[in-house]
Write a protein that binds this ligand. Sequence first.
Ligand SMILES: [Mn+2]
Length: 329
Amino acid sequence: MKTVMQKTFKNEFRQVQYVFEHAKRVLIIAHTRPDPDAAGSVVALKLYLERNYNCVVTLGCFSPFPDFLKSVLGDHVFVSPEDLKDDLRSYDVAIGCDSVDRGFAQVVAQLSDDCVTLAFDHHHDISLETDISLIDPLYASTTELLYRFFVYDHGIIDQQIATSLLTGIIGDTGVFQHANTSQRVLEVSANLVSKGASVGHIVRESFANQRIDTLNLWGRALERARFFEESGIVTTILTSEDTIKRQPTGEEVKEVATILTNAPSVKAAIIIFQTGHNLIKASLRAQKGAMIDVSEIAHKFGGGGHQLAAGFEIPGRITTLPNGGWEIV
Ligand SMILES: [Mn+2]
C-alpha cells in the first residue's frame, strides 16, 4: 500500500513559532456548533500558549461551549464575536481551528489590518485565506495537527493539553472506528496517553452520554415521522424543545434522515429542525435508485445539494399542533 505523506509544515511551523513569540493578545475561534475536535483544539491551543508563551488568550465561538465536553475539557467560556465588537480590533493574533469557514471566516473581516491570521484545519474544501495556513486533510483531526506543532515546538504538553488533543482525535475517528484511524493516529494517541490522557475517561465522560442524548433525539424524530404514500416521502421535525438541552450536531440530524430513508417503501426523507430562534434547517436524503432528486426540493427553498442529499435554511418557527401535526409559522 502506498503511504500518503501528511504535510510536515516545517516552514509554517517556524513562522507560527515566530508569531507566538511576539503575540500579546490572541483570539482563538472554534467553528459554530463545535464538535469535540473543534473544542479540543481551541482548549489545547489556549492551554499550550498559556504554559509556553507570554500572551493572553480569548476563546471565541458563535455557539456556547458544549456542555457535554465540560467534564473532560474543563469549564471554558466561549465569547461570541458579536459581543467582542470593537474589541475584535485589539487582537494581534487570531487563529481559527477546525472547519475555519464556519465562524472564523466571519471574524477575519473585522480584525485590525495588522492582526496576523492563522488557520489550523484538516478539511479539504476550505476557501478562507489566512496569513499562515496549516491545512491538510490527511490529518485525522485538527488536534493531531496541533500535536505535531507542539512536538516541533518542544513546549510543555501537560495532562490537560494531552486530554484536549486526544478528545479531538477520539471525536473525529469515531472512537478509533473510522477509516482515518491510521497507525500514525494511534501512535499520536499512545503518546498522549503517556502524557496522562485517558481514552476510557474521555469516552465515558463525553461520548457515552452523548450517544444516549443522540438516541433520545432520534427517538423523538422517529416518533413524529409521517409517511406520504403517494410521494414515498417521510417527513419529521425537531422543535426547539427537543434541541433546548443540547443542540444536535449536523451529523446527528442527517443521520435521522438516513435512518428514515432506509425504511421500507420510503423514497426520500426530510427532517426539519429548529436551529435558531427564528431559523429552521432541513436535511433531505433520497434512497438510491428511488428517482427522487432531493436537491430540486431544496432549491425551491433556496438551498442546495445533490440528488441524494440536500439541505436548506428558512426563517420561521416550528410549532406542534394538538392533533399531533405541526406547522411552520
Ligand atoms: Mn475536525
